[in-house]
Design a protein around this ligand. Sequence first.
Ligand code: SF4
Length: 67
Amino acid sequence: MKVHINQDVCAGFGICVGVCPEVFELHDDGYATVLVDEVPPDLQDLVRTAESQCPARAISVSDDASS
Ligand code: SF4
């Protein structure tokens, strides 16, 4: 599973960082970045929670067919 942040719409609320700091980090410029290339299985539920709670809907999750 991969996660992507659209930095054009991310408003830097930091909710994703609060939900899953292992995956999301708030950049000094006021938007979030993704720390991992592939989301580990034990963090996928948290990433989906962050996706649903992001007020800007900037987070998108993609499942690859192999997992
Ligand atoms: S919750 Fe959404 S808007 Fe807020 S920092 Fe994370 S990606 Fe950006």
